[in-house]
Design a protein around this ligand. Structure first.
Ligand code: NAP
Length: 292
């Protein structure tokens, strides 16, 4: 397969609001503009981030600024009903992909972002009761009205993606992929993305808990990544992204940092060509055993 052009990192905003740094509007404006300046103009959200507050916090930076809005692309997600005082009518955490839920969530996202379109809408989790024909009809009508430009899924199995894809064009699949979470590499998800020309997006690309939990696995990975960072003359974070970029499915990492320096680093990681053996050094550090 010919080497594809790498997808630039997508800037994840989950930790920008009350689930993390709790940026002021001025800080949002600053970091959004900095990202755009270096060419990273796709921002990842979900209705639930910050217990349903982060979209609106980010949106304050877009209010009355159609010029800024036109320079960026917004991904958001819906389909989870989270238990929070901000949604007192939710009695249990559950999933909802009914037409009424999707439409209500999109309308709220449009208000939050002070915009009249969402660039990419993803269904956040696989609702067990999903009615695929209803979802397809709803997304098609949102696309026809111009409120949603493109559609994708997040955290679905290959079978569920195939089912949806029969009824509607699935353009993205956002799943957890990193040196600590290898499943997508060999459970068919990334193969399916290549076969069906679905863009694979990896959330938590730095490895969930890698820097905070001192497990034997994490210690092995960090030791190996550190060794490789000296060889490639780059940071450990860049090695972790180069690991994803090495895969031919052309994964777009959804980076979650709140620091512009790390965002810049992530962009520059696109330049690193990890050698095959070095990919397997990280793989082996993660699994704790030689490949068969
Ligand atoms: N679809 C889904 O179900 C789903 C689920 C989770 C997340 N997401 C999306 O994916 C995005 C990324 O997720 P994530 O935030 O878990 O990704 P991540 O990029 O793997 O992790 C970011 C976190 O790691 C910290 N970090 C990065 N480098 C570090 C280092 N060298 N030393 C110590 N800490 C370091 C960051 O801290 P600093 O801020 O200090 O850099 C931040 O807290 C989210 O923003 C969201 O948009 C999607």
């Amino acid at each position: 397969m010919a080497k594809q052009i790498k997808h630039k990192p997508i800037v994840g905003c989950m930790r920008w609001g009350v689930w993390g740094e709790n940026f002021t509007t001025k800080q949002y404006e600053e970091i959004i503009n900095q990202c755009i300046t270096i060419g990273l103009n796709i921002f990842d959200h979900a209705d639930i981030y910050g217990h349903y507050t982060t979209e609106a916090d980010f949106g304050k930076a877009l209010k009355g600024n159609s010029n800024l809005r036109s320079k960026l692309q917004l991904i958001t997600k819906c389909g989870i009903n989270m238990l929070t005082p901000n949604r007192p009518n939710h009695n249990i955490k559950s999933y909802d992909t009914s037409a009424s839920h999707i439409i209500k969530s999109v309308e709220q996202s449009l208000v939050n972002f002070h915009t009249d379109y969402i660039d990419s809408l993803l269904i956040h989790r696989p609702d067990i009761l999903i009615d695929v024909e209803e979802v397809a009809a709803t997304i098609n009508s949102l696309k026809q009205s111009g409120k949603v430009k493109s559609f994708g899924l997040s955290n679905f199995t290959t079978g569920q993606v195939a089912l949806l894809h029969k009824y509607i064009n699935v353009e993205y699949h956002q799943v957890e992929i990193s040196v600590t979470h290898l499943n997508a590499f060999d459970d068919g998800i990334l193969d399916q993305c290549q076969v069906e020309k679905i863009q694979a997006q990896s959330w938590s690309p730095m490895g969930n808990g890698l820097f905070t939990e001192q497990t034997e696995k994490n210690i092995r990975i960090l030791f190996t990544a550190d060794e490789l960072s000296k060889v490639y003359n780059c940071s450990v974070n860049q090695i972790l992204l180069a690991f994803l970029y090495a895969h031919p499915s052309n994964i777009a990492p959804v980076i979650g940092t709140t620091k512009f320096d790390r965002i810049m680093e992530a962009k520059n990681a696109m330049e690193i060509e990890l050698k095959r053996e070095d990919f397997y050094k990280l793989w082996t550090a993660s699994t704790g055993k030689e490949v068969a």
